[in-house]
Structure formats: C-alpha cells, structure tokens
Write a protein that binds this ligand. Structure first.
Ligand code: GUN
Ligand code: ZN
Length: 439
C-alpha cells in the first residue's frame, strides 16, 4: 500500500453535461494493488496504512494518465512533414515509412520509440493504429506490455489504392486479425482493434472480412478514419456508390457500435451524426493533424448537440507530437476560430477530453480517466522545469481552473515528471523506466 499526497486535478463529472473541475489542494490517495482504495485528507485516510510510506508530490500537479484515442505507431519517425494535404502526405511521407515495418527488426525499434514517446507525454492509455504487417503489430504489443500501457491496437488492412506492399486480401486480413487477437486480446492491458485503414483503401470484401473477424473475436474494438479531407470524402463516395455516406461504408458492414472509434469526422453530415449517435460510436478529434494537413475545422458543437461522444487523438504522425496538452490547446483554438459555430471550451473541458472522455470512448471509464476511489492509479505528476513560463505561471496562481489553463497552454513532455500505470511507476523525474536517458 502507498499513499500519494498531492494537488489533484481531475474531471469525474463530464463538463459537457454540467460537471466541473474537481480540484483538491492537499489530497491523499491510498493505492493498493494498483487501485485507489481511499481518497481524502491525510488524517482521514492514514488509518488504511498507519506506518506506510507517504509520497509527497505537493510540489507538482497530479492528473489522471492521459488517453490518446488516435495515434499511429508506424509514424513516429515522420512527424513534422508540413505543407501537404492528406492524400499527398500519405503518398510522400507516411506510406513509404510504413512499408519499412515489413522488417521485424525495424518495427521493434519503432515500437520502442513509439511507446517511450507515449510515456514521455504522459499517455497511459491509447487506441493505436497499428501496422499493415502482423509481425510489427506483435512488436508493438510486446513493447507496450513492458510498460503495462493500456494499448488497444490491431493489424491495419487495405486491399486497394495503396502501394502494393501494404495490400492484403480479405482472406489474409481475416486470418491475421484472428491470429493476432488470439495472441493479444485481453492479455494484460492489451486489446485487439479491427482496423481497416479507411474506406478509400478498402473494398466491400475486405470490410466484410473485418466484420467476420470481429464476429469471430467477439468483443474486439473497431477503428478507422472518416470524413477527414474533402478529396478523400469525394473518392469514397465514388468507390461506394450504394452507401448513403462515408459513415455508411462502415455501418453497412455492421462495423459501428459502442466499441468503435472513428478518427476526424471533420466533414460530417447531420445524417452521419445521427448514425454515429445511434450506434454509440465515438469520434477521435485530432486538431493538430486537422490544422497541419489543412483538413478543416472540426464541428464539435454539432457532435455534442447530436449526442456523439468525442475524445482527443494526437494522430501522430500527421499530428505534430504526442502531447495531449497540445491537442487540448489546439482543440480550444479551433473552436475559437469557428466563432459562432464553435463550442467555447474551458480548461475543465480540455482535461475531460484528454482523460475521462477518452477513457469512456475506449470502454474503460470504470477503470481509468479520473482518480476516484475504485479507479486504477494511472496518473502523471507535472513538475514544471524551473524558470519556465509554466513554472512561473503556476507559482503565481491560487485558482485551480487558472492553473489548468496554464498547463494546457504551456505544458510539454518536459514537464511530465512521473508516470504511473496501474500503480506501477514507469517514469520518474522525467526518466523512463528501462531507458538510460532522460528524454
Ligand atoms: N487516413 C488514412 N490513413 C491515414 C493516416 O495515416 N493519417 C491520417 N491523418 N489520415 C489517414
Ligand atoms: Zn489517423
């Protein structure tokens, strides 16, 4: 048993439904077997462990571990290629790199870099777009397990419209997904996600194979892209003449439900929002990527009003880094730029989007996303680098909402000092377990 004494910020009550930030200046969390078993003033919880260690984190800020609902593992090395729209960026930047993961040795290195980058950013739970190569997906799950990261991922499948080495067949897509799921789904914190890349690169037959694999696995997750870019949307309409819309290309194969997460949805129609709400499918909003690729301004208000759950994704490598603080800030900017059509976001909304909303979208809302009693101790402690604007700003505010606004405006990986997942500390003082160097 360990007691952590800290300034704690979290959002157990959804700010989009009237909830507010929960902020406690001096809060002690009693952690047993990875879970928070008591929470309150030290004097009130000390009896759980009268002689035990109290770890005093009050020089920092304790937040729930961050949740990234859309991030591409094979793209960690190609972050930062600016100046292209989606389809050109895929051709020139992402897809050449993704072909290199055909080599297990190459994939292992990328998996190491990817998982270390998640930890460095304070991300403890992620829905990860995998690789087109089954061996590379094994490498990702193996590396994620070393840290105990809560990773949901799977084999990316496509059977048209991409370079030939990235293509599969419906039969192979089915067989490889089922085999990977048998190795990883439900093992430790790993879960399997059926992952057609996007309808742009999928035939009806491969989507049907995805549905078959989902049925065989039973409780797999599903993820893909939707309505990201105008040229992509137009091509999908041409390729699927009988589908009512882009969302329909997945829905027609029974692929949408509460265990489905679609990335982007920048160009959603009202009819599509109705389908997503009806299926209780979530959307991963990836604002940095949308801005970097010039994809468009995400209609958050229409999603919220339409009853579609939204969480945040970094969309590395079209997104410009792993930090969900940056994504929160970009989401805030984007809503400001939408003026009257935008949804004004408070710091509490941003924390919710980066933690509890993600946990709920991934069906983990009963386990992670906030630091209530009964939840897993997935947490990060921010300790700003001395003398930085964040350090100065946080030392000069007494108001928690203001402090959280400063965190989203200014925090980066360098400020994420400690990271725990399921009570296990995987980064300490900026040093990531198992890695010689601080990042
Ligand atoms: N659509 C299909 N593949 C991708 C990808 O790798 N990144 C983004 N942003 N969109 C995609
Ligand atoms: Zn993506």
């Amino acid at each position: 048993m360990t007691i952590y004494r800290a300034r704690v910020l979290d959002t157990p009550d959804d700010p989009f439904a009237g909830g507010t930030l929960r902020a406690e200046d001096d809060c002690s969390l009693v952690v047993l077997d990875g879970a928070v078993v008591a929470r309150g003033a030290l004097a009130d919880v000390r009896h759980h462990d009268p002689e035990g260690l109290v770890i005093d984190l009050r020089d920092g800020w304790l937040l729930p571990g961050l949740v990234d609902t859309h991030v591409h593992y094979p793209q960690v090395r190609v972050i930062g290629a600016l100046g292209m729209p989606l389809l050109e960026w895929l051709d020139r930047c992402a897809l050449p790199e993704e072909q290199r993961l055909a080599s297990d040795d190459y994939a292992r290195l990328v998996a190491q870099e990817f998982c270390a980058s998640l930890v460095a950013a304070g991300t403890t739970t992620a829905l990860v777009f995998g690789s087109h190569f089954a061996g590379a997906v094994d490498q990702l799950f193996e590396e994620a397990a070393r840290y105990g990261l809560r990773v949901t991922s799977g084999l990316v499948v496509s059977d048209r419209g991409l370079p030939e080495p990235l293509l599969t067949t419906p039969e192979r897509a089915h067989a490889e997904a089922v085999a990977l799921a048998s190795r990883w789904h439900g093992v430790g914190h790993a879960r399997y996600a059926i992952t057609p890349r996007f309808s742009f690169s999928a035939s009806e037959a491969v989507l049907e194979a995805c549905a078959g694999a989902a049925e065989e696995i039973g409780d797999a997750w599903f993820t893909s892209h939707v309505n990201e870019n105008a040229a992509e949307v137009a091509e999908v309409a041409r390729l699927f003449p009988s589908a009512a819309h882009y969302v329909g290309t997945y829905d027609d194969h029974g692929l949408l439900g509460p265990r489905s997460v679609l990335a982007h949805d920048v160009h959603a129609t009202d009819a599509e929002l109705d389908v997503l709400a009806g299926r209780r499918t979530s959307v991963a909003h990836c604002p940095s990527s949308n801005a970097a690729l010039g994809s468009g301004l995400f209609p958050l208000a229409r999603h919220v009003d339409g009853g579609v759950a939204v969480a945040l994704g970094s969309d590395v490598g079209a997104g410009t880094g792993f930090s969900l603080f940056k994504e929160g800030l970009q989401a805030y900017f984007m809503q400001r730029l939408l003026a009257d059509a935008g949804l004004p976001l408070t710091p509490a909304h941003l924390l919710h989007l980066a933690t509890s909303a993600g946990a709920r979208a991934l069906g983990l809302g009963d386990r992670v996303g906030d630091l209530s009693v009964g939840k897993q101790f997935d947490a990060i402690c921010l300790r700003p680098v001395r003398g930085t604007e964040l350090d100065i700003g946080l030392r000069h505010t007494e108001v928690p909402e203001e402090a959280l606004g400063k965190i989203f405006a200014l925090a980066s990986d360098a400020d994420v000092a400690d990271v725990w997942v399921g009570g296990q500390q995987i980064a300490s003082g900026g040093f990531i377990r198992g890695h010689a160097q601080s990042r």
